[in-house]
Ligand binder design. Sequence first.
Ligand code: ZN
Length: 247
Amino acid sequence: MLAVSGERSISIQVDFETLGIKPKGELFERASKVLDSLPAWNNRSFRLALFDDLPKNAAYELLVSYVRCQEVIFKHYGIHTERWQARRLVDTFINACLRCGLRRAIEFRDHIEDAANTLDLHSVALAIIREYETYCSQKAGVDKHVEAQRRLIDSKREEFLIALEKRDGLFCNECESLGELRIDHVEPLSLGGFSVLHKLQILCSFCNGRKCNRTMYYLSGRKDRPQGITEPIDASNQRYETQSHRH
Ligand SMILES: [Zn+2]
């Protein structure tokens, strides 16, 4: 048995699924409500007031971009959204907000904070900035985890390969190809996976590329699955298992 540090399951205080962003959640509702209560953009006096007050303008733009980006990017978000898709959507959403409004609002953060107790527009903008800060710290936690687990597998690659060959054989666990084999994490590191033997499988580069950032355990679908592997697969994986065997 490999003596690999990190073999014990460690609980990570990171919300890998949504990285601190709640799609169409309470903050989205609040931002939409505040925007609805404000005069329309084509209202001349409102527009002039926004031009005169840069922090207010920044807060307003942030709310508009936050609501619009949520509507577009999380349009199809729901209970059937896979974790890897949720991760990607959240990152896309943050990048979109940074391009249109968030960066500027952060510049005026102090002013927005000062007015947050009296104005809904500012208090929601502040809450969005805080949500972004939570996202950044969560993401830093995820990146740190990924880096540590990558270092671990790099330093023990030979040992893992020998153990995997002994356990499963040295061929792709999906298509049984013998070429361009690599060690794959059943659960991607970016979703909280670990570099531990029972969470690894051998795939060829093609199957590995097709798996992408999904959590898929190919061995569990094989009839000749080796004894001693008790890794359960959850319902969300089952769908991919079925799909992958159709090819
Ligand atoms: Zn393959």
